[in-house]
Design a protein around this ligand. Structure first.
Ligand SMILES: Cc1cc2nc3c(=O)[nH]c(=O)nc-3n(C[C@H](O)[C@H](O)[C@H](O)COP(=O)(O)O)c2cc1C
Length: 339
């Protein structure tokens, strides 16, 4: 059924079709009509970061930035849904057009730039949670916040979402917020992670419940950089690593009319890069920190490949746009039968 719907949706401007699809899911959810029409996913629970996930397939961050639709999205069979990236204050993101579908390549280029309604809006939404799977909340910094004050933005978001999130993701890998990716390296990373662990400890004492913190990284890192990042995560006892975000590379889309559009590339062309990063991370993390594998999962086989590379869970975004809810089922089944 999704195939027919997709044919219609793909005739529209990508951002219009994005909004329309989410509105349809929201309306269907209010009428309790999502589950009856979604493929039934056989759950196969896994425990990761001290949390029991009903199945290993999650929705990656960025589709539901404000938590407006996660109850309906959860009904599509995902074991977990990550909402955000949300920032302390609402911001408009980059001017449109900022989202491009590279259909031939099964890819997307986006330079959304963390368009979101601010953390307070998201918190009001998550108070109305009905979704019984695992809810991750992905946080970032406002564009206007200077790099050296980034920690403050993450602290504000952590404080606001801590009681409602099952885990929190620190996004330092979006290519569309100037300077954000610099936080992945050297002293900037140490300062950030030290502050985040301190804040996590404070909030643990305050709320009496430990909420894991995962960090999301870019695929555009050398092996040395990945080894360094892994060592830093081990040092600060980060609870999880999400690998990876979108890439700046244009490998595999050289023939697309959109290849020169600025932004992050996702979907099939990022698959190998992301899997390679997972392999290097797994080698250095030695099972001490779990990895959530994301990037270019378009088939069940691709999902199983991420697990084989060392991931404990997977997430999908572009594959979901191209394949719909069928991919959630296919990925969950492929992971179950591979393990
Ligand atoms: C339109 C779009 C918006 C995204 N927004 C975010 C975001 O706000 N925060 C984030 O951490 N990742 C964001 N991502 C990255 C995805 O979560 C994912 O890491 C990446 O797309 C690779 O997975 P995929 O190949 O399955 O799409 C976005 C991706 C797309 C395509």
């Amino acid at each position: 059924m999704y195939k027919y719907l997709r044919n219609l949706l793909f005739r529209l401007d990508p951002e219009v079709s994005h909004e329309l699809s989410l509105d349809m899911i929201g309306a269907a959810e209010r009428l309790h009509l999502v589950k009856p029409f979604a493929p039934e996913v056989d759950n196969d629970p896994v425990e990761v970061m001290g949390i029991r996930f009903p199945n290993a397939v999650g929705l990656a961050a960025g589709l539901d930035k404000n938590g407006d639709y996660f109850n309906g999205l959860g009904d599509l069979g995902f074991g977990f849904v990550e909402i955000g990236t949300v920032t302390p204050l609402a911001q408009p993101g980059n001017p449109q057009p900022r989202l491009f579908r590279l259909t031939e390549e099964q890819a997307i280029i986006n330079r959304m730039g963390f368009n979101n309604k601010g953390v307070e809006h998201l918190v009001e939404n998550v108070k109305r949670r009905r979704f019984t799977g695992v809810l991750g909340i992905n946080i970032g910094k406002n564009k206007a916040t200077e790099e050296e004050h980034a920690l403050r933005d993450y602290e504000i978001c952590m404080e606001a979402v801590y009681p409602y999130a099952d885990y929190i993701t620190i996004n330092i890998s979006s290519p569309n917020t100037p300077g954000l990716r610099n936080l992945q390296f050297g002293e900037a990373l140490n300062v950030l992670l030290e502050g985040i662990k301190r804040k996590q400890g404070e909030l643990y004492s305050k709320h009496g419940k430990y909420k894991p913190v995962a960090v999301k990284i870019a695929p555009d890192m050398s092996e040395e950089e990945l080894a360094q990042v892994a060592a830093t995560f081990l040092h600060y006892e980060i609870d999880g690593v999400i690998a990876t975000n979108t890439t700046l590379s244009r490998e595999g889309v050289e023939n697309s009319e959109y290849k020169d559009e600025a932004g992050g590339l996702s979907g099939r062309p990022v698959r190998e890069k992301s899997t390679a990063a997972i392999k290097v991370l797994a080698e250095h993390l030695k099972g001490k920190i779990p990895i959530i594998g994301v990037g270019g999962i378009m088939t069940g086989e691709d999902a199983a490949e991420k697990i084989k590379a060392g991931a404990s869970l997977v997430q999908i975004y572009s594959g979901f746009i191209y394949r719909g809810p069928e991919l959630v089922k296919e990925a969950a089944e492929a992971i179950s039968s591979a393990s």
